[in-house]
Design a binder for this molecule. Structure first.
Ligand code: UDP
Ligand code: MG
Length: 333
């Protein structure tokens, strides 16, 4: 590779406290890429590790000119890591891979081919046989089912860390919050619809431990809701709020008529009846309707504000870099 020609592949590796795996990972990537005569760069994004990950990256960069890296001052989450890596990436094809050696670099050439030869915009790995505890694989199945239904994208494994992209895709999408689980959905709504899947080898974690606990499911679900609303209703909120508002209003009218009519019947028959406003359901329906609408509106407005803020990635969080020009991260995508 001549010094300034962009490489064929950029391999983006977000990592958080993975010092033991990194040397093995870079050697393995190097072996695979040289054997297949692919020019490449590896971008390691140290997401505020508190172990020696950054020093390992610096040490490795001394022997590996293809290694580029940056570190966040504090832990920002995998999405922010990917986003920064995507900004720095120069390759025609960008491949993301977890640092923990659960994803095999042996998959790189086939993924690359699918993008350049078969014309895919995005190819997602599918860990058909997983080496993770049941407590993770079962909720994951559910997550994938819901995401598949809501997005209409036929993937079996949305959250696989191993994915390949045409460069334009990563330069156009903005991965923030915990949206790394839904990158195919982001890509689809940006107009990249040729999305494919490849069964990939998954390996047990060799070093360290998982960085995501049970909260992943709650956060993941909330993100899906966000995504569903933003992609469906952000341009026509009235279709959602109008419908919901009408339904609630009708429910209110029905509840009120029920209370009122039964009161009238009771009066007519001369049965003693409590005051309408003393009926507990009167307050329950009233408050839940008001609170529900208000909460929803607040959430939606907040989401719109976030979506309209173009600076979701703040390069100021980057503390150190190797072989990466800081200015490049500031340039808008
Ligand atoms: N990771 C990260 N920032 C975080 C959490 C995780 O960069 O805040 C990285 C982590 O180091 C690994 C990848 O994301 O390279 C996937 O994380 P992990 O292996 O813990 O997830 P799992 O395989 O258990 O889903
Ligand atoms: Mg892992």
């Amino acid at each position: 590779m001549t010094k300034n020609a962009p490489p064929e592949i950029s391999i983006v590796v977000p990592l958080y406290n993975e010092e033991e795996s990194l040397p093995e990972l870079i050697e393995w990537i190097k072996k695979v890429c040289t054997e297949n005569r692919l020019t490449y760069e590896v971008i390691m994004v140290d997401d505020g590790s508190t172990d020696g990950s950054w020093w390992v990256i610096e040490r490795l960069a001394a022997d590996h000119p293809e290694l580029r890296g940056l570190s966040f001052r504090r832990n920002q989450g995998k999405s922010a890591g990917l986003n920064a890596g995507f900004r720095a990436a120069r390759g025609r094809v960008v491949i993301t891979m977890d640092a923990d050696l659960q994803d095999s670099p042996d998959e790189i050439p086939a993924l690359y081919e699918m993008i350049v030869k078969e014309g895919y915009d995005l190819v997602s790995g599918w860990k058909k046989k997983r080496y993770d505890p049941l407590s993770k694989t079962i909720p994951t199945k559910l997550f994938n089912l819901v995401t598949r239904k809501m997005s209409g994208i036929k993937l079996n494994d949305f959250n696989c860390g191993l994915k390949a992209y045409r460069q334009e895709v990563v330069k156009q999408i903005e991965v923030y919050g915990e949206l790394h689980r839904y990158i195919p959905v982001l890509a689809k709504s940006a107009g990249f619809t040729k999305i494919g899947e490849k069964v990939v080898v998954h390996r047990p974690r060799k070093y360290g431990s998982t960085k995501f606990g049970w909260e992943r499911f709650i956060n993941g679900f909330l993100d899906l809701v966000t995504l569903a609303f933003v992609s469906r209703f952000s341009k026509r909120p009235m279709h959602f709020f109008g419908l919901l508002g009408t339904l609630m209003f009708l429910f209110g009218v029905m509840a009120a008529s029920y209370i009122g009519i039964s009161k009238l019947i009771a009066l007519r028959r001369g049965i003693p009846a409590i005051l309408v406003a003393d009926n507990p359901w009167f307050y329950i329906s009233l408050t839940s309707m008001i609170l529900g609408t208000q909460l929803f509106l607040a959430g939606f407005l907040a989401e719109l504000i976030i979506r309209n803020n173009p600076r979701k990635f703040d390069p100021a969080v980057v503390e150190r870099t190797v072989n990466i020009n800081r200015e490049a991260l500031y340039e808008s995508k």
